[in-house]
Design a protein around this ligand. Structure first.
Ligand SMILES: Cc1cc2nc3c(=O)[nH]c(=O)nc-3n(C[C@H](O)[C@H](O)[C@H](O)COP(=O)(O)O)c2cc1C
Length: 296
């Protein structure tokens, strides 16, 4: 594609203009823009590299004069931050400390408005190059939850068979002790499941699949950052959650993408949140291992 065509295409859909009557040339947009779109010239703020814009909206969010007209951010998308309701640093830390992976679920389903609030929090997470390619699939039907459990166990059975082949078993025992100990964990998950104890979903009544386009270079990072926002929101709402790591490890290995196809997902599932209402709640938080930090 020739770059002239590309630029005229961008010109058609992206407009960034400065309302000269409103702009007091404070320089905030110039200082904040990660793409150096703005430049002060002859005492005026000018739009310099419009095509480099990554649509993050920092310029609009920082302008006190309401002077930036950006086609991606009409007034309906711009909201003043309500500083009155922002949590204190102590409150944020207490929330981080009290968020746990609570797997003691009751049979009560998670109200849809709570799931929606959790998704909204996830959706505000940062993404590499502001790609905003993270999407979500919410699973609450028993039939589909059962599919997730069965698919994971089947994947684990396949992995176990492979790791139990005599030559493979001997080789990993000597050269890959971590994989060897993983073989034991896999065996335990399968054994528990056969006894009717589901340790894949542990009675979760909802699952959020977090997925990104397959060619996204930072897809997993983006998904996991979204996950963490979501988990803090879940904690604030009194909803329990844990990371579906067993599910992820099977889904990531599946070249045929059976899991994604089942849910009609055009992309890769990168992280999985299992949710439910708590049957039991924590009343204490426990210190983590010693905080290790190097400073230079
Ligand atoms: C990448 C990742 C994978 C995880 N996979 C599982 C899992 O498959 N099943 C589970 O019950 N918990 C899983 N967890 C939860 C961890 O066991 C839990 O975060 C850890 O024990 C610390 O406890 P906390 O989250 O309550 O602070 C996972 C956590 C992470 C970060």
């Amino acid at each position: 594609m020739n770059s002239g065509f590309l630029f005229s295409y961008i010109d058609d859909y992206m407009k960034i203009e400065i309302n000269k009557d409103k702009c007091r040339v404070c320089g905030a947009c110039e200082a904040i823009c990660p793409s150096r779109v703005f430049k002060r010239e002859d005492g005026k703020m000018t739009v310099h590299h419009r095509h480099a814009c990554i649509d993050c909206g920092h310029c609009v969010a920082v302008c006190h004069d309401d002077a930036i007209e950006h086609s991606s951010f009409p007034a309906s998308k711009v909201h003043e931050i309500n500083k009155e309701i922002l949590p204190t640093a102590d409150a944020v830390l207490e929330l981080c400390r009290s968020r746990r992976s609570n797997r003691a679920f009751s049979t009560r389903s998670v109200p849809r408005e709570m799931i929606d609030a959790i998704l909204e929090a996830a959706h505000t997470a940062p993404t590499a190059s502001n790609a905003q390619g993270v999407e979500y699939t919410v699973v609450t039907s028993q039939e589909h939850l059962e599919f997730i459990r069965r698919h994971t166990i089947k994947g684990y059975e396949k992995m176990y068979r492979m790791l139990s082949m005599p030559v493979v078993k001997q080789l990993i025992k000597i050269f890959a002790p971590k994989t060897y100990s993983m073989r034991k964990k896999i065996k335990r998950v399968i054994k528990e499941d056969r006894k009717g104890r589901d340790i894949v979903l542990r009675g979760a009544t909802a699952v959020i699949l977090i997925h990104t386009p397959r060619d996204s270079r930072f897809g997993r990072d983006d998904a996991n950052l979204a996950y963490q926002n979501a988990s803090l929101m879940a904690e604030s709402l009194g909803v329990s959650q844990f990371y579906g790591g067993f599910i992820c490890s099977v889904v990531r290995r599946d070249k045929k993408q059976i899991f994604e196809k089942h849910f009609g997902i055009d992309g890769a599932v990168q992280s999985v949140m299992a949710l439910g209402m708590p049957a039991i709640k924590f009343h204490s938080y426990i210190d983590r291992k010693e905080l290790k930090v190097k400073s230079f």
